[in-house]
Design a protein around this ligand. Structure first.
Ligand SMILES: NC(=O)C1=CN([C@@H]2O[C@H](COP(=O)(O)OP(=O)(O)OC[C@H]3O[C@@H](n4cnc5c(N)ncnc54)[C@H](O)[C@@H]3O)[C@@H](O)[C@H]2O)[C@H](O)CC1
Ligand code: K
Length: 484
């Protein structure tokens, strides 16, 4: 089942739909508060606790949490920034029979703090007492944030003003918001737990968490009678003699992820070098761009860019490959080569093609777009629309976006992947899955997830050469978990 990431507006709509369907806000608030209190009790031993309550429904959640903790014998009190303003929060405050005082917390004044100052309704930068708290509370303070750390914008994961509070743990409701998946927001949220409060899934969303629930049903497992050609043909374009390893990493990645036939297309001067390193991966020479087009005619997916060299020749090679039907995975130098004329690249692409820029390459072909976007999901979606192709924007929060507006954010990024050549293998994983018939957006999502999972499985000391060999253990997990 795909798991949606919902915007603040979509959550508000879900709230309203629930109310119209007969579930009033106070019922949702009671469920939210009870669930959050449960999560707190699971993770922290009973200890002197202060719940900071704002004037809105986020604060309302706080009064419910305080009541549930107190009922379980927790020494808990509420510090209110302002009296409850919303009817639901007034209802919740009315049922809180414990102590309520002003916002006087200092670091160390309690063992645990629950941040219910602001959530989805933050409408201006923190100021006054709330800002003081955000200033004096150290990042390591034991703070549990409800919905989002106060001051953080749910749709971007960035503070609305100068700063936001930070949390060790954030309990949100129903679905993650962008703040819970984007790197900046994840740093402020700490561990994110999603509590169910009985809201209906709102199906029209186009933004998803990138995990097997999004694409596993369509993972291209071989049919019982599969032969290698049934599992598709992938090719990788090699660089010149001193730059051949990247294409081989991509080729090996494609082979490991299941492509049936994999070939490195090599300039004459690099044939001997490539030949001496290859076994199951085949080798074919090309000299001119017409050779390349001919050699790649039967390919289902081709990776071009890793160590291809930046310049006219690589541009011509991209155009040559684009004249065939194969899906292209355009990476690294093949992206940078179009820095002066991105439109020329875009005009050669179609919706099956995949661009795999890291932020620097993204800036070269979509100049200023990241800075002009509220966050990288919007940037990647706009890039996919402009390019008319799938765009995978790398990072610890890798975003995959399709021209039709679908997007997915990776939650399993691992720092170990920051090693030379890892991107070459990722390009190979993507092409390897497309070669087996997977639709390009889902192939890019699955490849990114498997790539990150492989990196996390290995952990410290990971180098790119390890990655293809780590794919089988991740594939086995997917194979064993598949719907029978
Ligand atoms: N979505 C759900 O299913 C549920 C959400 N719940 C909780 O409700 C909050 C959203 O509540 P809302 O009242 O809309 O907003 P907030 O409580 O975040 O605050 C709005 C409140 O605060 C004032 N305000 C905004 N910014 C500032 C500021 N910088 N300084 C001072 N005051 C500010 C604003 O004027 C309003 O009065 C959501 O996050 C969930 O926690 C339900 O309880 C459970 C179901
Ligand atoms: K909060």
């Amino acid at each position: 089942m795909p798991r949606q990431i919902m915007t603040v507006a979509e959550m508000t709509a879900a709230d309203r739909a629930a109310a119209e369907a007969g579930t009033p806000t106070i019922v949702l608030m009671e469920r939210a508060g009870r669930a959050a209190a449960e999560v707190i009790r699971e993770r922290y031993a009973r200890c002197p606790t202060v719940v900071w309550c704002g004037p809105g429904d986020n604060g309302g959640d706080g009064y419910v949490i305080a009541r549930h903790l107190r009922r379980r014998g927790w020494p808990v009190r509420v510090e209110a920034l302002a009296p409850p303003a919303s009817p639901a929060a007034q209802w919740a405050a009315g049922r809180w029979k414990g102590e309520t005082g002003p916002l006087v917390s200092e670091p160390g004044s309690a063992a645990l703090y629950v941040d219910c100052l602001f959530g989805a309704g933050l409408s201006r930068p923190l100021d006054g007492e709330a800002d003081r708290l955000a200033r004096i509370m150290p990042g390591a303070a034991r703070i549990v944030a409800v919905d989002v750390p106060s001051g953080l914008v749910g749709d971007t994961g960035r503070p609305l003003g100068e700063r936001s509070l930070k949390a060790q743990l954030t309990v949100t409701f129903h679905r993650r918001k962008p703040a819970h998946v984007l790197a900046a927001g994840r740093a402020a949220c700490g561990e994110v737990v999603v509590a169910d409060i009985g809201l209906e899934e709102m199906g029209q969303g186009r933004l998803f968490e990138n995990d097997p629930g999004l694409w596993a049903e369509r993972f291209p497992w071989p049919a019982a009678d599969a032969h290698k050609h049934a599992r598709g043909r992938m090719m990788a374009v090699s660089g010149e003699a001193w730059n051949t390893g990247a294409a081989r990493l991509a080729a090996r990645g494609a082979l490991r992820i299941g492509a049936g036939v994999v070939t490195v297309l090599s300039p004459p001067g690099a044939l001997a070098v490539n030949a001496s390193h290859l076994e199951a991966v085949m080798l074919a020479p090309f000299e001119s761009e017409f050779d390349l087009q001919t050699r790649a005619e039967k390919a289902d997916a081709v990776v071009i860019g890793p160590a291809a060299g930046v310049g006219e020749a690589t541009m011509r090679h991209v155009f040559a490959l684009a004249r065939n039907g194969a899906a292209l995975v355009v990476d690294a130098d093949a992206l940078t080569s179009f820095a002066d004329d991105p439109a020329a690249l875009f005009s050669a692409l179609d919706r099956d093609d995949v661009l795999t820029p890291h932020p620097g390459e993204f800036e070269r072909i979509f100049p200023g777009l990241l800075a002009a976007s509220p966050e990288r999901i919007t940037a990647a979606r706009e890039a996919a629309r402009r390019a008319g192709a799938v765009v995978l924007l790398k990072g610890s929060d890798t975003v995959v976006a399709a021209p039709d507006g679908r997007a997915a954010v990776g939650l399993n990024g691992a720092p170990w992947l920051a090693t030379a050549g890892a991107g070459d293998v990722l390009a190979g994983f993507i092409a390897g899955l497309i070669a087996q018939g997977m639709e390009s957006f889902e192939a890019a999502c699955a490849a990114a997830w498997i790539h990150a999972e492989a990196g996390a499985v290995h952990g410290p000391g990971l180098i790119a050469e390890d990655l293809p060999g780590l794919a089988p253990s991740v594939l086995r997990k997917l194979w064993e978990a598949r719907e029978r």
